[in-house]
Design a binder for this molecule. Structure first.
Ligand SMILES: [Zn+2]
Length: 230
């Protein structure tokens, strides 16, 4: 039986081995946690780049300016007037703002050309004309100058109208529904994120949709119906 009894030295050696094992296990845990933290930081600072397969911005209404190109039915005629188009970047789209041009009978081209005059300080991203034509005046990742401090996180659409009532004709209305639905779909928004200039500043714009709340309600409903088809 004598041979199974441990000497003090053997006991000490066993204790040392156990302590070494514990240290090794702790080190592995620390390294794993560190790698996880490093991966997390990488994903956060890379903005949840989809190329990594992880997208943290899934709930954020963020515009990916590199990939978001207007649909082919939009006529791109960017303005160059630096007072109206300041070049300030938009990082996020939270609302689509509807306006009326307030100048009965004018065309989308008339209004786009007005925005580009050297002394004009206002502009919108899009103008929709009386035949349903759509002109883009400002890139989607740049601020327009259509309302106030909300220009920085909104896309603006000016809409032409035949008379002083401000009511849109069918061609114009249909184009407005189509473009608004497309913008909502591509900016992670829904019909409740479509607002009037009136809702921001109280200005009677777009006049017909301010004077007729039910028409505004049905317009937003039409946007949602178009969105549902996507
Ligand atoms: Zn307006």
């Amino acid at each position: 039986m004598q041979q199974f009894e441990m000497t003090n030295l053997e006991r000490l050696n066993l204790k040392r081995k156990a302590a070494k094992k514990r240290r090794k296990r702790l080190l592995i845990i620390v390294v794993v946690v560190f790698v996880f933290i490093l991966c997390g930081l990488f994903v956060i600072f890379s903005g949840g780049d989809t190329s990594t397969g992880i997208n943290l911005n899934i709930f954020k209404k963020e515009l990916n300016a590199k990939t978001l190109q207007p649909p082919e039915y939009v006529d791109e005629q960017l303005i160059h007037n630096g007072f109206a188009r300041t070049g300030v970047k938009i990082n996020e789209i939270n609302n689509i703002v509807i306006h009326y041009v307030g100048n009965p009978g004018t065309t989308a081209q008339n209004n786009r050309d007005y925005f580009d005059k050297p002394d004009t300080t206002v502009c919108s991203h899009f103008v929709i004309g009386l035949d349903g034509e759509i002109i883009q005046c400002v890139p989607l990742d740049e601020k327009s100058n259509a309302s106030n401090n909300r220009n920085i996180d909104t896309i603006s659409i000016e809409v032409c109208h035949p008379d002083a009532s401000g009511e849109f004709n069918d061609a114009t209305y249909d184009a407005l529904v189509k473009l608004t639905a497309w913008l909502c779909d591509n900016s992670d928004l829904d019909h409740d994120d479509v607002i009037r200039h009136y809702d921001i500043t109280g200005k009677v714009c777009p006049k017909y949709f301010v004077d007729n709340e039910s028409a505004w309600y049905f317009f937003k409903k039409d946007v949602q119906l178009a969105l549902d088809k996507y």
